[in-house]
Design a protein around this ligand. Sequence first.
Ligand code: ASP
Ligand code: MG
Length: 470
Amino acid sequence: MHTVMKFGGTSVGDGARIRHVARLIKAHVDAGHRTVVVTSAIGKTTDMLLDTAKKASTEGDPDVVREFIAKLRRTHHEAVRGALNVTLDTPSATEILEEIDSRLEEVEKALIGICYLGELTTRSLDFISSFGERLAAPILSGTLRSMDIDSDPFSGDEAGIVTTNDYGNARPLERTYSQVRERLGDLIEKSVPVVSGFIARCEDDTVTTLGRGGSDFTASIIGAAIGVDEIWLWKDVPGIMTADPGVVPMARVLPEISYIEAMEMSYFGAKVLHPRAIEPAIRHGIPVRVKNTFQPESEGTLVVEREEQVKDVVKAVSVINDVALINISGAGMMGKIGVAARIFTALAEAGVNIIMISQGSSEANISLIVNEADLDSAIRAIETDFKNGVIKEITSDKEISVIALVGAGMAGVPGVAGRTFNALGRAHINVIMISQGSSQHNISFVVAKDQSRDAVRTLHREFELDKIKI
Ligand code: ASP
Ligand code: MG
């Protein structure tokens, strides 16, 4: 079997974990499989790089930078020692340390430059944040070599990924796919390339990143390019679950779900897979497996193309907190064309993302759900745009949560909504707002925040998700 295996930041969190991951890779290769490895930055390195860059531009203190670089050097040297299980003067370690130190020198210079300039562009942020993965890949690759596996580290662009220049959120150009195939397609037959996730370059040769959590995206791009059998995303969670186990202790790992369901779940708070990350896999019909590095023997969740129309139409129930409801009302809105359009335009211009919408058939009110952080700017944008009296009142409520039931089988199965709202009614949970996406892959609704856990548990029980069989 040919795979791409991506390891997240927690999975490569320190030397011992990197060693563990290298053993997993070795076992896979020894079993006769071929693989490309994609690695994230160690632990929270990316967050720290971004923080320090921001501090450098606002405070301009080079000592803060030097301290930070010293800390990065310690953690990465320590990781090398733990991963290789040798003293740092061993040749296998010194060659990796040299690589690390020269990269640290490069990022230190860039950060000190930012201190003096007091300016931080999205382009320099991408350059700075690329160092997390660039420091991690040589360590994992060197660990594999120390286990007698032929391996070399690659940055995303060395692997062939070339992107648009949308810094912070770059997209691969089409020729990426043929380039990656050329560079890694044959190599994988005799070697295990370790590619830095998250980072690439654009056509003018500056460093770009694929968005936070972008290593999954890298894995999916590479998997699609070389046409692997499965893309394995190794994370610190057991797979995609029927609910958040912190809310529902009976929550179960879903053995198999469809691409569409995985995407619906991620829209509704299950942060396991980003829709963007699986898009190349979907386009090429490649199954994506979410596995847990801490329980490598369990199968995790396989995300596939087909939608099983099974008896259990509901697959998962999730909750989004940190959202707010805006209610816009006024008799003048009735029958008036373009009010909704103006609201949406005003919000789009203010950079506010709308999570849910509903309009009563009286047309005298429109309710919206936005991220809580966007609430003030959303209200300001709507008020500024409507000074003419069409809108009489704007109210808002932060004490709410959005709950979503997700399952591809919901399409065309009558009674799911009925069962949902009956069960909530019996549990005395008041539903504030409802919307069913026209895809019919989810039903989402709003409840008071202090009833959200109850709502999730009630529905998990109602649809017997603890017994789900796929
Ligand atoms: N290191 C990057 C981040 O933290 C990418 C990733 O981990 O997938 O966003
Ligand atoms: Mg990370």
